[in-house]
Design a protein around this ligand. Structure first.
Ligand SMILES: Nc1ncnc2c1ncn2[C@@H]1O[C@H](COP(=O)(O)OP(=O)(O)O)[C@@H](O)[C@H]1O
Ligand SMILES: [Mg+2]
Length: 275
């Protein structure tokens, strides 16, 4: 049976400021969902909350995987249950190679009872698997010997994300893609990589405006966020429409949330101005 990630009436605050105001969404293994919405609507907040970032406080509502409430679980425990977030800004870890990083990550997921200092998954087994996955993705094996994120181009950072996805094989992949700063190579890497990895075993929630990403990975569901709420859910056509025409129609159809959005922006500007 396929697994279900179920979000019910989720309210989230950051530094006591309410950001998400009642988000409900069901993502099944095997489904592709797009999450869209103007800047500041709360898309990244939802992604970080799902993986258990400590800054994001759930004030009410639930996140469940197959009926188990995961609100209180730490990020590692959530990863073991099959949740994966590809970060917008992956970090550089000095002296750690791509392959080392992946070997640790894979061990932590597959061997949850492992104590600090106990063995990693055997090198030979890991190497074989890594090689297979990289070949499937058409990646140069040399890439695994690079230092993690050190001098990575946009495309290489994306390659890293896709390789992580391929090795960890999460049930639920959350992809939070910035729309600025991704060159066409990077967009192609994620678009094609994600398509190759998609199948009945993986559900994905793709946060993006990139037409290409959604052309390669056609969403069954498109959700639109405005001022911390999902105001509309449609199919791939909705994503297409938003890409071509922007959010004006959405704001018109949801005047209360549009007003809330304006209010939030005004407050942020006041705060930035140092008042
Ligand atoms: N770590 C944080 N600290 C302070 N404010 C935050 C933080 N994360 C998000 N916010 C605020 O929450 C709102 C939603 O942001 P975000 O989730 O990043 O939106 P999106 O990803 O849709 O652009 C914004 O007003 C933003 O300023
Ligand atoms: Mg964001």
């Amino acid at each position: 049976m396929s697994s279900l990630l179920k979000i019910t009436d989720l309210h989230v605050a950051v530094d006591e400021k309410p950001i998400l105001k009642g988000v409900s969404l069901e993502l099944r293994q095997g489904e592709v969902h797009a999450l869209m919405g103007p800047n500041g609507s709360g898309k990244s907040t939802l992604a970080y909350t799902l993986v258990g970032h400590p800054k994001y406080e759930i004030t009410s509502g639930t996140i469940e995987i197959d009926g188990t409430n995961i609100n209180e679980l730490d990020p590692c425990e959530r990863a073991r249950l099959g949740l994966f977030l590809a970060f917008q800004y992956p970090v550089t870890i000095p002296g750690v190679k791509v392959a080392d990083f992946l070997r640790h990550a894979v061990t932590n997921i597959r061997n949850p009872e492992r104590k600090e200092g106990e063995g990693l998954i055997p090198m030979r087994e890991f190497r074989k698997e890594l090689k297979e996955r990289m070949e499937e993705l058409g990646m140069d094996l040399e890439f695994a010997r690079r230092y993690l994120n050190e001098g990575f181009s946009g495309g290489e950072k994306k390659r890293m994300e896709i390789l992580q996805l391929a090795m960890l094989q999460p049930k639920f992949a959350l992809l939070d893609e910035t729309d600025s700063g991704l060159d066409s190579d990077a967009v192609r890497v994620v678009s094609e990589g994600l398509k190759k990895l998609s199948g009945p075993q993986m559900g994905s929630l793709i946060i993006t405006h990139h037409e290409r990403l959604l052309e390669y990975n056609v969403p069954q569901f498109t959700h639109v966020m405005l001022a911390g709420k999902i105001v509309e859910t449609g199919n791939a056509e909705l994503a297409h429409e938003l890409h071509n025409h922007g959010y004006a129609a959405i704001r018109e159809r949801h005047p209360a949330e549009a007003a809330e959005e304006q209010e939030r922006q005004a407050k942020a500007q006041t705060a930035n101005a140092g008042f």
